[in-house]
Write a protein that binds this ligand. Structure first.
Ligand SMILES: [Fe+2]
Ligand SMILES: [Fe+2]
Length: 275
């Protein structure tokens, strides 16, 4: 199954320094934010009309911002400010919903607490990129992105497991294998990130680890793409609210893969003795 390049030029590395492209990131993440609002809306119980309306407002707000972003050459000024405000507001909305669930002050609908926390973290990651897109050393950026994304990927599998019908035994079995793989990879990425704090001049072990990560993430990406296709054809038994959710998590896997492939050559060049 072929991958389409989602964000090919972000991050970009030059002279052993890597930086995210703010506009490219904004184009990717603002669509993600719009879809999060849709998923929240579809997951809310019918007796929460105000929250449903609030979610709808975010869908429209991000739709408008995306129109402006598509016309922009640079992300600055008014557009940047409006985007930052919208992301801050959706973070607060997600946090508020999560708090209501944690405190048993609202009916859960079908938005899992961990899902709300997951999409809140994704929004915070986006906000960080918008506020200070810092240039970083490739090794540091690679490990930081791995720890972020591997947690996200592991949770995607956990959500899919809980949304598939119990009779989907083949897919569930495959998902369980992936869940175990990604739990292990996440643990290792955290270990490597911690070891990198000692600032070694070279860190060759990161190379083979990253190759394993890319192999596993490609497998997961294809699993999600297949699940999306099955859902579109109505060949999947599940309580997934819309097939778009499966396409959404597939795009996030592609984004992760893009980042790894963009950073790996610089890590090899700048932080290992293999060169
Ligand atoms: Fe997401
Ligand atoms: Fe996600």
């Amino acid at each position: 199954m072929s991958r389409n390049y989602v964000t090919g030029n972000s991050p970009e590395c030059r002279n052993c320094v890597c930086e995210f492209n703010r506009l490219t990131e904004a184009l990717f993440w603002s669509r993600i934010m719009q879809e999060h609002a849709l998923f929240i809306k579809l997951g809310l119980p019918a007796n929460e009309p105000e929250l449903i309306e609030k979610a709808q407002e975010f869908i429209e707000r991000f739709r408008e911002l995306r129109k402006r972003l598509k016309k922009a050459y640079k992300l600055e000024g008014e557009l940047l400010k409006d985007l930052i405000d919208a992301v801050k507001d959706i973070i607060e909305f997600k946090a508020k919903l999560l708090r209501l669930l944690i405190q048993c002050k609202a009916e859960p609908g079908s938005n899992y607490p961990l899902l709300l926390d997951h999409i809140r973290r994704e929004a915070m990651h986006f906000l960080e990129l918008l506020k200070k897109p810092e240039a970083k050393e490739p090794l540091f950026m690679l490990l930081q992105e791995q720890v972020f994304w591997l947690r996200i990927m592991k949770e995607h599998i956990e959500f899919i497991i809980h949304l598939l019908d119990p009779s989907e035994r083949e897919l569930l079995n495959q998902a369980e294998g992936l869940r175990q793989t990604f739990s292990r990879l996440l643990e290792t990425a955290r270990d490597l990130e911690s070891m990198a704090e000692t600032k070694p001049k070279t860190f060759n072990a990161v190379l083979s680890f990253t190759r394993n990560v890319i192999t596993a993430a490609t497998e997961l990406r294809n699993f999600k793409a297949t699940a999306f296709e099955l859902a579109e054809l109505c060949e999947l038994l599940s309580i997934v609210s819309t097939p778009l959710l499966l396409d959404h998590v597939r795009r996030e896997a592609d984004k992760f893969l893009d980042e790894m492939e963009a950073l790996l050559p610089s890590v090899r060049k700048c932080n290992t003795s293999i060169g």
